[in-house]
Design a protein around this ligand. Structure first.
Ligand SMILES: Nc1ncnc2c1ncn2[C@@H]1O[C@H](COP(=O)(O)OP(=O)(O)OP(=O)(O)O)[C@@H](O)[C@H]1O
Length: 244
């Protein structure tokens, strides 16, 4: 499927939401990952399997140390598995050269972190444009999309502000706009509401789901929050290295 270049919810029909009739856009097979700990290895992920289609949203829950962030890092191609395969949109990212992998990641994956990772010296709109800068420079249409997204997240009057001038919820909304800029196929969110009060967390959750469905991406969120997990289509627990 060819996705239109415009990334704003306003311009997208909701047709893609939960369109499970399409073949899976994310296929994970027998994924394993361990870390060296002295003379031993700590097995974190063990033969993990997962299939998700465009429009799906999944909450990954589990106790601290169960491997949730490790899984997200691998799905986001920031770390490599020991064995197993990850296919995103029919492509195996780990078969790509480092340069191509960086480009693939920038185009296909949007990351949202608990501490949002905004660059403090850049303005709100410059932060949203960072993924396009990573491709070279921001085009006029990138700037237009960033402006539209910031309007979508309710920050159209804050384009020139610095992150330090925003509240926690506003910073998280900037991070969501940044994650959506490149119209990713996969949105990975690590405790996106972890630092927010309940009301702000609910509005960030609603915003995240609305924008995710507008671009037909897969959303995977790692969380300890029951209310965020309940808002997703599906919830899986990471137990003994696998998803159940
Ligand atoms: N680079 C690394 N080297 C060694 N051990 C690591 C590394 N990264 C993660 N681990 C270990 O792997 C296990 C899983 O870590 P991970 O951060 O994925 O857990 P988590 O479920 O996300 O935890 P939390 O909910 O506390 O964030 C932990 O025991 C952690 O110490």
């Amino acid at each position: 499927m060819v996705w239109p270049r415009c990334r704003c919810a306003t311009f997208f029909p909701t047709k893609t939401m939960n369109d499970n009739s399409s073949s899976p856009s994310l296929i994970v097979k027998n994924l394993s990952k361990s870390f060296a700990t002295g003379d031993d290895r700590l097995v974190v992920l063990s033969n993990l399997n997962l299939e998700l289609s465009s429009g799906d949203s999944l909450a990954v829950v589990g106790p601290s140390g169960s491997g949730k962030s490790t899984l997200l890092q691998i799905l986001g191609t920031l770390d490599r598995p020991d064995s197993g395969t990850v296919m995103i949109d029919g492509a195996d990212p780990f078969a790509l050269s480092d340069d191509k992998l960086a480009r693939f990641r920038n185009e296909k994956v949007g990351f949202i972190f608990q501490d949002h990772h905004l660059l403090p010296q850049l303005t709100v709109i410059e932060n949203v444009l960072v993924p396009s800068l990573a491709q070279g420079k921001s085009s006029a249409s990138d700037v237009a999309r960033a402006t539209e997204l910031l309007d979508e997240v309710g920050l159209s009057s804050r384009l020139g502000h610095l992150p330090s001038e925003l509240s926690g919820g506003e910073r998280e909304r900037v991070a969501i706009a940044r994650a959506l800029l490149m119209q990713p196929r996969l949105i990975l969110a690590d405790e996106p509401t972890g630092n927010l009060d309940r009301k702000t967390a609910d509005s960030v959750t609603e915003l995240l789901l609305r924008l995710q469905s507008s671009v037909g991406a897969i959303l995977i969120t790692v969380t300890h929050s029951e209310s965020l997990a309940a808002a997703m289509n599906e919830r899986k627990e990471l137990v003994d290295g696998g998803l159940v």
